[in-house]
Write a protein that binds this ligand. Structure first.
Ligand code: ACO
Length: 333
């Protein structure tokens, strides 16, 4: 029998983006590209870029603060802060820096890395702590500053990415609003999309060699990633809906990782979801990786488009490769 109060309610959202905007016309002064090419191939018009003083922790904490306030909680009510990111301020983890900024003194905090699937993977991870009865109030943040790791001389990738943060609060509830999910990984296709560590051999002693280096900028096989997304995302969404015992028609919103409008359109077409149910804000922000789903959700919630009780199917996909989908009802406890 299900324990009382081990269902999941998603009760608050928040977001933060840097003030600096880089338009497609601005980008075409950096690399050989054009507004026409970028808009027609991706749907992206501009992206936000973090200045050096805008750390990941600053953006993540701003988004988190808004989500906590919407949920009607105080930072000290949080039991756990999960930060989904691939671009930490500190490789040892950035979640604790966010915890300190928020003053969430009771919360345990750690990072979770699953690239652009980070938010969906984080949602399911957070849910397990609530379902197990371990924690009641969890802040999940998706945040990335990919501008730090983009090769700004590579027009095939630099036009795609932007910086930002989004957050939700999950709370224990008598009714479970997380209706179904499915997560997948395939490391055999890892080379499609990398932000890889490149070691340089360094000899400490004659027989003691170490590899000290740095991370290399993002490399991507765009067409492979495109094909992967269009093939796998509809399938994983169908599996999550099956677990939720719901049909596509019973979903109010399709909320995909905001990678490329063509991917959004192709997935919606395959699932026979009409365009008016597809949430899209990538024209303004580009691909913000782990931030893109909660950032888009928060905008729709604050505009009043997504309403309490609305049924959303969210799907993240990206490096790893990783992909996953979660079906949930927004806002009700
Ligand atoms: N401006 C102008 N021309 C360009 C640009 C640019 N920015 N980028 C590439 N081109 C050129 C290429 O050089 C190529 O020219 P050529 O035919 O003379 O060689 C031509 O445009 C076509 O290039 P393609 O790579 O075939 O372009 P495509 O239509 O596949 O679009 C894109 C490229 C937008 C990257 C697409 O493949 C895509 O969206 N893929 C998915 C990428 C994605 O979503 N990645 C993020 C995953 S999430 C994560 O985990 C980070």
């Amino acid at each position: 029998m299900k324990q009382i109060g081990t269902g999941i309610a998603i009760t608050g959202s928040g977001s933060a983006t840097p003030a600096t905007t880089l338009t497609n016309d601005g980008l075409s002064q950096i690399v050989d590209t054009s507004d026409e090419w970028i808009v027609s191939r991706t749907g992206i018009c501009q992206r936000r870029l973090a200045v050096p003083a805008e750390s990941l922790a600053v953006l993540a904490a701003s988004a988190g603060r808004e989500a906590i306030a919407m949920a009607g909680l105080e930072p000290s009510d949080l039991d756990l802060i999960l930060l989904a990111t691939s671009t930490p301020d500190d490789l040892f983890g950035t979640a604790c820096l966010v915890q300190a900024r928020l003053g969430a003194i009771q919360a345990v905090a750690f990072d979770l890395t699953a690239a652009c699937s980070g938010f969906v993977f984080g949602l399911v991870t957070a849910a397990q702590f609530i379902r197990a009865g371990t924690y009641r109030n969890i802040l999940l943040i998706g945040a990335d500053v990919l501008s730090r790791w983009v090769d700004w001389s590579d027009r095939r990738t630099c036009v795609l990415f932007g910086d930002g943060a989004g957050a939700v609060v999950l709370q224990a509830s008598d009714r479970d609003r997380l209706l179904g999910f499915e997560l997948r990984s395939d490391g055999t296709q890892n080379s499609c999309l990398n932000l890889a560590y490149q070691p340089q051999s360094q000899s400490l002693l004659e027989d003691t060699l170490i590899g000290q280096g740095t991370f290399q900028p993002i490399t991507m096989n765009g067409q492979e990633v495109y094909r992967f997304a269009v093939r796998q995302v509809p399938e994983v969404i169908e599996k999550a809906l099956f677990r939720a015992n719901l049909s596509v028609e019973q979903v109010d919103w399709l909320l995909l990782h905001q990678a490329n409008q063509r991917i959004l359109d192709a997935v919606a077409t395959r699932l026979k979801i009409p365009p008016e149910k597809v949430i899209s804000n990538l024209a303004k922000y580009g691909n913000t990786s782990a931030a893109s789903i909660p950032l888009a959700l928060d905008e729709e919630v604050r505009q009043g488009t997504v309403k309490p009780g609305d049924r959303i199917v969210a799907s993240g996909f990206g490096a790893g490769l990783t992909w996953g989908a979660a079906v949930f009802e927004w806002g009700l406890k």
